[in-house]
Design a protein around this ligand. Structure first.
Ligand SMILES: [Cu+2]
Length: 470
């Protein structure tokens, strides 16, 4: 749909940013001009103008790296560098990435392509790139110290190999890996099949994104890189909800979504309203006999999964990681559970001393989205996202699949909220209510307790009344 020139215009791409102090201009002229991205928006697909044709992917809050054909070789130029990534509106992080963003640009090639990738290191320390999942000569595999010397700060290295098998891949450093991945260095790679493939269906929309995680204290900008498990920002392509763009498709589109996991835990990725097949893994397309319909697929650490489905239900469908902590933004984990605790008396006393004091969590955590709590600058709210019916109360790894009858072919723009047909939205019941009949027995009697407690345990729960008591 859009020409390459349109792409550059829409992408806000600052072309020709060749300003390496350590790399001379003359030397750089022999390299493909590095293309930098200044926006965190989802860019339209980059249709190939040179090389073999293919149906491009759309990277969620990302973009595809343009290339240059040089005597039959597809040449790319990656710049490893510090970047400022807007992770959500109002929240920017100081990360490391490639070509202006974290994650780096998606690289798209075709099975059988000869690929040459220049990697210029503008980080303060050495790096390397491992082409996760690829068949390639051992010396191109990118493990610093094992397959190659690390790329020193200020130097440019060249990788060259043939994209031998079609599928879904990733790239990331294999030098000071813990630090560099915790800082956001990673990217997606798609190798398209060169011709009709018996196990790779043609689809109308093909999305991809990486799962990544950061530990950034509220009010600060730079991730803590030593964290192993207790990350506080669970991201899709270094974006957290409500910063994650929606996936906008036309009714009855065949949709493929490719996901790669470069966090340190697994993520059960769950789609509402549709059933999907897992059509590909790290090893390539799955045999048809191994595919079954499901609505959640677990993506383990270091794995890739591609799911496919027919988008045949109109509406705004939630699409998220099913670990509920992963759909929250930065919060303290040491908050006690106060659900049902009556602390009105205490609160009143404290309010006398601190007029702005609010009790958190007495009725669940939902109040916390409504409270106008002061939060530090440069901090995303813990759970938020204004939907058509109020707060979605989500953060982190959450997005929306928008299926629309009138979404045009090739149009990825957000169509706005779904207009539900009359009478199809859950609504309040206002008729008479009868008291619930409760089961009278005292629990299982097949094995009576030997010693009964002297006093029956009393549980008092505060239940909501028709009026909110604040
Ligand atoms: Cu998760």
């Amino acid at each position: 749909m859009s020409s390459r020139r349109d792409f550059f215009k829409m992408a806000g791409v600052a072309g020709g940013a060749v300003a390496a102090s350590a790399v001379s201009r003359v030397a750089m002229a022999a390299l493909p001009e590095p293309v930098l991205q200044t926006s965190a928006d989802t860019m339209p697909p980059l249709f190939p103008e040179t090389g073999r044709p293919y149906n491009p992917v759309v990277t969620l809050n990302g973009w595809t790296l343009p290339w240059r054909m040089n005597q039959g070789v597809k040449e790319f130029h990656l710049i490893a560098e510090p970047v400022v990534r807007e992770m959500a509106p109002g929240f920017k992080a100081h990360l490391w990435g490639y070509n202006g963003q974290s994650p780096g640009p998606t690289i798209e090639v075709v099975e059988g392509d000869r690929v040459r990738i220049y990697v210029t290191n503008r980080l303060p320390e050495h790096t390397s790139i491992h082409w996760h999942g690829q068949r390639l000569p051992n010396g191109m595999d990118g493990v610093a110290g094992l397959n190659q010397p690390a790329i020193p700060a200020g130097k440019t290295y060249v990788y060259e190999f043939v994209a031998r098998r079609p599928g879904t891949f990733m790239y990331h450093p294999h030098a000071d890996e813990m630090t560099q991945m915790a800082m956001g260095m990673m990217g997606f790679w798609v190798t398209h099949p060169k011709s009709k493939h018996p196990l790779i269906d043609e689809v109308n929309r093909d999305f991809c994104f990486l799962l990544n995680a950061f530990d950034i204290d509220p009010g600060s900008y730079t991730p803590k890189t030593m964290t192993m498990l207790d990350f506080n920002l669970w991201a899709w392509n270094s974006r957290i909800f409500p910063g994650v763009d929606s996936l906008n498709v036309r009714l009855n589109d065949k949709v493929r979504i490719r996901v790669g996991n470069l966090t340190m835990t697994n993520h059960p990725i769950h789609l509402h309203g549709h059933e999907f097949l897992v059509t590909g893994t790290d090893g390539g397309p799955t045999p048809k006999s191994t595919r079954w319909y499901e609505v959640t697929t677990d993506v383990a650490v270091g794995q890739m999964r591609q799911i496919e489905f027919l988008a045949d239900e109109e509406g705004d469908w939630a699409f998220h990681c099913h670990k509920s902590h992963h759909t929250m933004n930065a919060m303290g984990h040491d908050i006690p559970n106060l659900i049902g605790v009556d602390h009105r008396g205490v609160a009143k006393k404290i309010k006398g001393l601190l007029p702005e004091y609010m009790v958190m969590g007495e009725r669940g955590m939902a109040d916390m989205t409504e409270m106008e709590m002061p939060i530090p600058d440069n901090t995303a709210p813990m759970m938020t996202g204004e939907g058509p019916f109020g707060s979605v109360e989500m953060g982190g790894m959450f997005s929306v699949l928008k299926v629309r009858k009138n979404q045009k072919h090739g149009d990825y723009k957000d169509p706005g909220w779904f207009k539900h047909p009359e009478g199809t939205v859950a609504h309040e019941y206002t008729g008479p209510l009868s008291e619930p009949a409760r089961f009278k027995a005292e629990g299982g009697q097949s094995m009576p307790r030997a010693h009964k407690p002297d006093k029956a345990v009393e549980v008092r729960a505060r239940k909501p009344t028709s009026h909110r008591d604040h």
